[in-house]
Design a protein around this ligand. Structure first.
Ligand SMILES: *Cc1c(COP(=O)(O)O)cnc(C)c1O
Length: 455
C-alpha cells in the first residue's frame, strides 16, 4: 500500500461526504415508512475482503444497503420504548466532534471536558439539586445506575465497618429495597455489581404505578432504596418526600432512577409532581431520551461526590494526580465526548426552550390519550408526563394485532406492553421533532388498525 503524503486530507473528504449523506438521510425521513425495510441488509454481511475499499465506496455501501434498514426514530412518528431523536445542535456537534475524536479526560480533551462539566452544572441547576452534587456522563441510564449503585454499595458497607478495598468478599449483607415497578435494567445493574436481583425487597405500587411509601419495610443503615421518577408505562413518579423522610431517619441510601422522567421536574406544569427528590443521595437521568441528545448518553449525579470518587477513581502511577478528570467519577477510562453534545443540546434550547419541549411532550401525550379514548381505548392511568399505556376493554388480546398493524403500515411505530396484568400497547412522546400532524397520523393509523381487526 502506498502511503498518502497528506493522510488527513482523505479523512476530511470522507468526513464531508458522511455529513452530506447524513443530511440527505434526514431530509428524506418524513416521507418514508417508520419501520425498517430490511430487504438490503444482507448486503452488509460478507467475508472481510483481502483488499480494503476506498472510503467513498464504504460510505456508498452503508447508504445503499443500510439507510433503508434503519428505523426512522430520528423523525417524529416513532413512539416506541422511550426513544428520542437528536436536536440539530447536538447532531451537528456530534458530527463535528467526531473529527476531533477526543478522549474526554482532563489532559486528553480539555475543551470537551469543560463543556461536559458545564453541562453537569447546568443539569444540576435545572433539576434544582443540592449545590454539592457532582456527576459524570455514561453510555446510558443502565451504566449510570450501575455507577451510583456501586457507590451506594461501597458507602453503606464502609459505614458498616467493611472497607472499600475488601470488595464483597466477607462483606456484611446489604438490603436492596425497590419499587415493584422499578425498570428492568436496574435489576441488571444490581446483578452486575454483585448484589443480585433475587433478594430485593419489593414495595407494592398504587394504581398509577407509584411506590406505596406506607408499605416500605423497616429501613436501616444497610439499605439501598431504589425509586423512580417516571414509570415507563404511566410516567408517574414515586412519592419522594415520604420515602426520603424514612431513608434519612434510618441512614438508608436513596436512589432515583429518572432516566426519562427526571426532566419533568423542570416543567412549570408538572414539575411539582416530583417534589422531595432533591432529598435523595443519587439520581440518574438520560440525555439521549427526553433531552434528545444523540446515543449513547446518560448522566449519573451524586450528592456525595467524594464517595463516587472513592469508588470510581483509578489512580494509576502514570496518571497526573492533580487534575480532577471525568474518569474519577465515571465507570469508563477512555470516554467519548458525549457531554459536549449535551452541552450543545442544552445551549441550543436555553432554559425556556427546554421547558417548552418538556411541556410539549406532555401536551402531545394528553392529545394521544384523548384520541385513543375517542376510539374506545382505555388509558388506565393519569397522563403524568409523556408515556401512555392503552388497552381495549374486553378485547385486550386485539391490542397485539393492532400494534403490529400500525407498525407494518409504516405510518407510526410503538410497541406492545403489559402493565399491572393488562395487555395493551405503550406510546412514548419523546422526540423533539414530533408535530401535532404526527400525532394526528398516529391516531389515524390506530383507527385504521382497529377497523381492520373489526372486519
Ligand atoms: C430507559 C430506561 C433505563 C435504561 O436506560 P438506558 O439509557 O437504555 O441504559 C432505566 N430506567 C428507566 C426508567 C428507563 O426508562
Amino acid at each position: 500500500m502506498t502511503i498518502d503524503p497528506d493522510p488527513l486530507r482523505s479523512q476530511a473528504l470522507a468526513f464531508a461526504t458522511g455529513a452530506e449523506k447524513g443530511g440527505k438521510y434526514l431530509q428524506n425521513l418524513s416521507s418514508r415508512a417508520v419501520c425498517a425495510d430490511k430487504a438490503n441488509i444482507a448486503n452488509l454481511r460478507f467475508p472481510l475482503p483481502d483488499n480494503g475499499m476506498r472510503p467513498d465506496d464504504v460510505l456508498d455501501l452503508i447508504e445503499s444497503a443500510g439507510a433503508n434498514g434503519s428505523v426512522a426514530s430520528a423523525a417524529g412518528r416513532y413512539f416506541g420504548y422511550v426513544i428520542g431523536g437528536s436536536l440539530p445542535a447536538a447532531s451537528g456537534a456530534r458530527a463535528m466532534l467526531s473529527a476531533w475524536d477526543q478522549c474526554a479526560n482532563a489532559d486528553t480533551g480539555p475543551s470537551v471536558v469543560a463543556m461536559e462539566s458545564t453541562a453537569i452544572d447546568w443539569v444540576t441547576g435545572l433539576l434544582d439539586l443540592p449545590p454539592q452534587v457532582e456527576g459524570c456522563f455514561t453510555t446510558g441510564a443502565t451504566m449510570a445506575n450501575l455507577t451510583l449503585l456501586a457507590t451506594a454499595r461501597d458507602r453503606q458497607l464502609d459505614r458498616l465497618g467493611h472497607a472499600r478495598g475488601k470488595g464483597l468478599i466477607g462483606a456484611p449483607a446489604l438490603r436492596v429495597v425497590a419499587s415493584a415497578e422499578i425498570h428492568a435494567t436496574v435489576l441488571k445493574s444490581l446483578r452486575m455489581i454483585g448484589l443480585g436481583s433475587d433478594n430485593i425487597e419489593f414495595v407494592p405500587t398504587d394504581a398509577q404505578g407509584r411506590m406505596r411509601a406506607e408499605l416500605l419495610p423497616d429501613l436501616d443503615a444497610s439499605c439501598i432504596v431504589l425509586t423512580q421518577a417516571g414509570n415507563v408505562c404511566t410516567g408517574a413518579s414515586d412519592p419522594f418526600d415520604q420515602i426520603a423522610g424514612k431513608c434519612e431517619a434510618a441512614g438508608a441510601w436513596l436512589h432515583v432512577d429518572g432516566a426519562f422522567g427526571l426532566w419533568a421536574r423542570i416543567s412549570d406544569k408538572i414539575g411539582n409532581r416530583l417534589t422531595g427528590l432533591e432529598r435523595a443521595d443519587s439520581w440518574v437521568v438520560d440525555a439521549h431520551k427526553t433531552l434528545n441528545a444523540p446515543y449513547d448518553s446518560g448522566i449519573a449525579l451524586c450528592k456525595h461526590p467524594e464517595e463516587m470518587r472513592a469508588s470510581m477513581a483509578i489512580g494509576a502511577g502514570y496518571l497526573p494526580a492533580v487534575d480532577p478528570t471525568p474518569a474519577d467519577l465515571a465507570p469508563e477510562f477512555s470516554r467519548a465526548a458525549r457531554g459536549a453534545e449535551t452541552w450543545a443540546a442544552l445551549l441550543s434550547l436555553g432554559q425556556t426552550g427546554l421547558k417548552d419541549m418538556v411541556n410539549r411532550f406532555h401536551s402531545h401525550a394528553l392529545d394521544v390519550a384523548k384520541g385513543l379514548r375517542a376510539l374506545g381505548f382505555e388509558i388506565p392511568h393519569d397522563v403524568a408526563f409523556n408515556q401512555v399505556f392503552a388497552t381495549l376493554p374486553g378485547r385486550e388480546d386485539a391490542c397485539a394485532e393492532i400494534t403490529a398493524h400500525v407498525q407494518n403500515s409504516g405510518e407510526a411505530w410503538f410497541g406492545p406492553a403489559t402493565w399491572q396484568g393488562r395487555k395493551g400497547f405503550r406510546i412514548s412522546v419523546s422526540n423533539w421533532a414530533t408535530t401535532p400532524q404526527d400525532i394526528d397520523r398516529l391516531i389515524g393509523a390506530v383507527r385504521a388498525a382497529l377497523a381492520n381487526t373489526q372486519r
